[in-house]
Design a protein around this ligand. Structure first.
Ligand code: ADP
Ligand code: MG
Length: 484
């Protein structure tokens, strides 16, 4: 039997407001426990929430970016449950009238193809606090710094069909929210996490299978691994005559498996009702137009422009538009050197290689976009050859100079294109290598092409890498063939 996996994601994005969604307390990460929680976040009686307009604007910007309907009215509801990190006894969320309606997100797969994933809706809610189980002499501590941090929960339709598609969707969301600047997208700090709903069905069957929901997965890799495990588990279970039960599971990255947390029977009844402390949010057309007018160029638009206007391949365009930092870096380098293709090659090749080796984000690159652009310009006007260019790049990377031109000058890397000088070096190498010359002469003419490499190497060495390789090849061939 052939099985198909069906996946829907509920992504929680922490919005980058400076204060909380219903209070003036700071949202900064990493402060001492309970130093950034005011009376509202602590759930003290007699306080009233005040909606943070910045959170509303950010949610709407996201909605506009995914071409979603933005309803005129949205409403906050109370989701009631008891937990130590939720002293109020309810989370303020939006159940029935979310701020963002149906929209869609385009994902790019490894082969460069794209697919549209429908978003059911996105709603605003507050985060809860955090229980701390370490270092409390056998007791649990509660830190309410995170309580009231604004979250945007983005709920997809079950349109994803593989672990790869799910990861690509999460990356697309990450890319949109960081382009918009509405979240720092820092997954390690929990700024983005998701609940992964997975079911399987026989290939060709219309009805969906029963799903399991894997809670709080916080990295692209974990999403893929959790789905890979979960689909195997469900297929095996069904093939052995069992039934998938609707339940909540958690992913354990150390053991690479998902485990049951609670089944539907034990699920909470949240008794949602409209929050009496908050007025419905009403958005007028002028406000939406204002936000729409100020949207930056988004990843999908940038990708298309890189392809159609700059002539990059689909693959290059998708890699270079994936993050705003990467795109800005590439565009500046391109503007400095004047050639998109060359700039793309250098950003994805030498630069990305060096960044990966040292685990640095592009924002912390020791070589700036301008410096890289100036270096590429010197390759393009034939001042230096490719080999010397790599040397200059290393020097810039190591801080041995701040301008490519200065390094080329100081290290004597200017390409030798004077054919007289190159011929002199060739004559010297030929004179010094009688054995190799004899072998070349005795070889079958079609084997000689390979043998020329030795001579090229010697001449390049004699020029300390600065001779123009095409000229060296050309002149060497002429001179050696004249000896045959
Ligand atoms: P609930 O309100 O019970 O959480 P929803 O219908 O809102 O359920 O769905 C929550 C998430 O689960 C959505 O992202 C949706 O796409 C996904 N989902 C729903 N049904 C399935 C299914 N059969 N298989 C996989 N994902 C599903
Ligand atoms: Mg749900």
């Amino acid at each position: 039997m052939q099985w198909e996996t069906v996946i829907g994601l509920e992504v929680h994005v922490q919005l980058a407001t400076r204060s909380k969604i219903f209070s003036g307390a700071s949202t900064a990460f990493g402060a001492e426990p309970n130093t950034q929680a005011c009376a509202v976040d602590l759930g003290l009686p007699g306080v009233l929430p005040v909606l943070n307009e910045a959170a509303v604007a950010m949610a709407v910007q996201f909605g506009l970016a995914i071409h979603a309907e933005i309803p005129e009215v949205s409403v906050f509801d109370r989701k009631n449950y008891f937990y130590p990190d939720l002293p109020k006894g309810y989370q303020t969320s939006q159940m029935y009238h979310p701020i963002v309606g149906a929209g869609e997100v385009e994902i790019t797969l490894d082969d460069g193809s794209t697919k549209r994933i429908r978003v059911h809706h996105a709603h605003l809610e507050e985060d809860a606090g955090k229980s701390l189980h370490e270092d409390f002499h056998g007791m649990t501590g509660v830190d309410l710094n995170r309580a009231g941090t604004p979250l945007l929960e983005i709920v997809s339709e079950p349109d994803l069909r593989s672990a790869k598609e799910a990861a690509a969707y999460l990356k697309a969301i990450h890319s949109i929210v960081t382009y918009l600047g509405i979240s720092d997208g820092n997954m390690a700090e929990g700024s983005m996490r998701c609940d992964v709903n997975v079911s399987v069905r026989p290939q060709g069957q219309e009805a969906y299978g029963t799903r399991a929901e894997i809670k709080n997965v916080n990295s692209f890799r974990f999403v893929e691994r959790a789905i890979a495990f979960e689909m195997e588990r469900q297929i095996e279970l069904i093939e052995e005559g069992g039934k998938v039960v609707q339940e909540t599971r958690l992913f354990d990255p150390d053991r690479d498996e998902t485990r049951s947390m609670r089944t539907k029977e034990e699920a909470n009844d949240y008794r949602y009702f409209p929050c009496p402390d908050l007025l419905p949010v009403v958005l007028d057309q002028a406000y939406l137009d204002h936000l729409r007018g100020n949207l930056p160029e988004l990843p999908a638009e940038k990708r298309v422009r890189f392809e159609t206007e700059l002539g990059l391949s689909a693959y290059d365009a998708s890699v270079l538009s994936a993050t705003r930092e990467m795109a800005d870096f590439f565009e500046e380098a391109k503007n400095v050197c004047g050639d998109a293709k060359q700039a793309a090659n250098w950003v994805q090749g030498e630069l990305s290689g060096a960044l990966n080796r040292e685990g640095l984000p592009i924002a912390d690159s020791p070589v700036s976009a301008r410096q890289l652009g100036e270096l590429v310009a010197r390759v393009m006007d034939d001042t230096i050859n490719g080999k010397a260019a790599k040397q200059v790049f290393q020097a810039l990377w190591n801080g041995q100079g701040t301008k490519a031109d200065d390094i080329i000058e100081a290290q004597g890397l200017k390409q030798v294109t004077d054919s007289g000088a190159i011929e002199a070096m060739i004559d010297q190498v030929i004179a010094d290598s009688p054995g190799q010359v004899a072998q070349y002469r005795d070889a079958e003419p079609d084997k000689r092409g390979k043998m020329i490499g030795y001579f090229v190497g010697q001449v390049m060495k004699a020029s300390r890498g600065t001779a123009n390789p095409q000229q060296v090849n050309q002149l060497l061939k002429e001179k050696l063939d004249a000896l045959c």
